[in-house]
Design a protein around this ligand. Structure first.
Ligand SMILES: *[C@@H]1O[C@H](CO)[C@@H](O)[C@H](O)[C@H]1NC(C)=O
Ligand SMILES: *[C@@H]1O[C@H](CO)[C@@H](O)[C@H](O)[C@H]1NC(C)=O
Ligand SMILES: *[C@@H]1O[C@H](CO)[C@@H](O)[C@H](O)[C@H]1NC(C)=O
Ligand SMILES: *[C@@H]1O[C@H](CO)[C@@H](O)[C@H](O)[C@H]1NC(C)=O
Ligand SMILES: *[C@@H]1O[C@H](CO)[C@@H](O)[C@H](O)[C@H]1NC(C)=O
Ligand SMILES: *[C@@H]1O[C@H](CO)[C@@H](O)[C@H](O)[C@H]1NC(C)=O
Ligand SMILES: *[C@@H]1O[C@H](CO)[C@@H](O)[C@H](O)[C@H]1NC(C)=O
Ligand SMILES: *[C@@H]1O[C@H](CO)[C@@H](O)[C@H](O)[C@H]1NC(C)=O
Length: 420
């Protein structure tokens, strides 16, 4: 504008008008493009029209904060503190790294572009302070096979985050690998919702993840895995539930996961595996199960699992498994236990048990000594009892005699005289 003003006023008016128009147009284009993804969050159907008018395709563009390599089909926008997904991603991108940013919210259609990012196969959003992922956030990415959302405090994961934003239409998701390690938010951010329930809802929504082969859910403080989740993921090859707080697997069914190749359950709170689970794992043709660092309880309920461990080839490093409880069994190797080691009486703590046993032995000894003394002294005791009886009789007779004398009034005077 200042350039236009320095010229003559007569010619300047027309140019000024043109320049203003151009500026307004430019301003509108640049301001509308970054917000287009956010505004489309309410109705993703409107996205192609707004995106198309905002930006014609430019094959060689690279968003300023990113590094692009067309040869490697890779775009990296790493550790840039970005607060939203760059609008002008090159259409060739196959691997997109958006790690170490401050995205906070991923709206619906966050990666919807025109033309669409049809090649995008691997998307890494790890460690980008994501707290909310809205319905349909990964819509319009027809080739997306691998998604990493690890290390984000996901307090609000929409049930339709991985399927379409339109709940009534459940197009299958192209996802093959979904990596959700350490996405547990802090206790305050979680409010009063069940984190397990929230993640499970997103995994089963609309049966969209039927094609999933790898699912990683480690380090999420999971106390349980909702039972019906696995039924919705029949294609799973790899399931990682390590470093959670799982206590039991009895409510889970692995029966239909016939393709399962690895099952990671290390670093949980498992106490024992029961017959039902053992039979299901044994029935899976290709599976390898990892059970290290669980606090196994070696009482009578452990007998079935120990017997199974001795036979099975399913458990990797089964010789490393050791008991954590009860105290007397601590660090004993599960494989080396036999049925005589596994009993169920320890209700009292061991220290108390030994003191009760000691007390019992002392009392029994005292009793035995007492009986022995009685037995050895049986003659003396007889004599002693006779003496007592005789003494009693003498005393009683004397008493009787005196009573009879006292009772006779005629002898009262005589006796009183004789006493003096
Ligand atoms: C991102 O933010 C952190 C802390 O707020 C700062 O130290 C760092 O320099 C920022 N990085 C960039 C690329 O701006
Ligand atoms: C995603 O990026 C993080 C941080 O760079 C990295 O540790 C992780 O392995 C990446 N995920 C995948 C699936 O490559
Ligand atoms: C969802 O899809 C159904 C069927 O295609 C359509 O009738 C409905 O209007 C859509 N809803 C939204 C909110 O887009
Ligand atoms: C969770 O808390 C909100 C208020 O913060 C309350 O309205 C809601 O009923 C609570 N839900 C449950 C399941 O307790
Ligand atoms: C296990 O999970 C906790 C918190 O969930 C995390 O701090 C820790 O780094 C994790 N350990 C490993 C080995 O991943
Ligand atoms: C396993 O699959 C069969 C047949 O596909 C089905 O009837 C059954 O309900 C499934 N069981 C579980 C626990 O999902
Ligand atoms: C578990 O199975 C074994 C062998 O099939 C059987 O001997 C044992 O009684 C079963 N245990 C329970 C608790 O049902
Ligand atoms: C139990 O195991 C010990 C060694 O760990 C062995 O000496 C003992 O004979 C075994 N008992 C039975 C009944 O197998």
């Amino acid at each position: 504008m200042p350039g236009g003003c320095s010229r003559g006023p007569a010619a300047g008016d027309g140019r000024l008008l043109l320049a203003r128009l151009a500026l307004v147009l430019l301003g509108w284009v640049s301001s509308s493009s970054p917000t287009s993804s956010a505004s489309s969050s309410t109705s993703s159907a409107s996205f192609p029209a707004s995106a198309a008018s905002a930006r014609p395709p430019l094959p060689d563009q690279c968003p300023p904060p990113c590094e692009c390599s067309e040869a490697a089909r890779t775009v990296k926008c790493v550790n840039r503190n970005l607060t939203e997904v760059p609008a002008d991603l090159p259409p060739y991108v196959r691997n997109l790294f958006l790690t170490g940013n401050q995205l906070a919210v991923l709206p619906a259609g966050a990666f919807a572009r025109w033309p669409p990012l049809a090649e995008l196969a691997a998307l890494n959003l790890s460690g980008s302070l994501l707290e909310e992922v809205r319905a349909g956030a990964f819509e319009h990415l027809p080739s997306l096979r691998q998604l990493d959302l690890s290390h984000n405090p996901l307090a609000d994961l929409n049930p339709f985050a991985f399927s379409g934003s339109n709940a009534s239409v459940s197009a299958p998701s192209p996802l093959v690998e979904l990596i959700l390690n350490h996405i547990v938010p802090s206790a305050e951010e979680r409010q009063n919702r069940s984190f397990e329930g929230m993640v499970a809802a997103a995994l089963r929504a609309g049966h969209a993840l039927q094609g999933l082969r790898r699912l990683e859910l480690s380090s999420n403080h999971f106390l349980y895995l909702p039972g019906d989740v696995l039924a919705q993921l029949p294609g799973l090859r790899h399931l990682d539930l390590s470093n959670n707080s799982l206590v039991s697997l009895t409510y889970l069914s692995f029966r239909n996961l016939t393709h399962l190749e690895s099952l990671h359950l290390e670093d949980n709170a498992l106490k024992v595996l029961h017959n039902g689970t053992l039979a299901e794992l044994q029935g899976l043709p290709h599976v390898r199960v990892f059970l290290d660092n669980n606090p196994w309880v070696c009482d009578c309920h452990m007998a079935d699992m120990v017997a199974w461990l001795k036979e099975t080839e399913v458990v990797q490093g089964k010789a490393r498994l050791t008991c954590a409880f009860p105290q007397k069994m601590r660090h004993r190797v599960l494989l080396e236990l036999n049925s005589s080691d596994l009993d169920c009486d320890p209700i009292l703590p061991p220290s108390l048990q030994t003191s009760y046993v000691f007390l019992g032995i002392v009392l029994a000894l005292i009793g035995a000594i007492f009986l022995l003394v009685l037995y050895l002294n049986r003659k003396g005791i007889k004599k002693w009892m006779h003496n007592i009886r005789d003494a009693c009789r003498d005393h009683m007779e004397g008493y009787h005699y005196r009573y009879e004398i006292n009772a006779d009034p005629r002898l009262t005077n005589l006796s009183s005289n004789s006493d003096v």
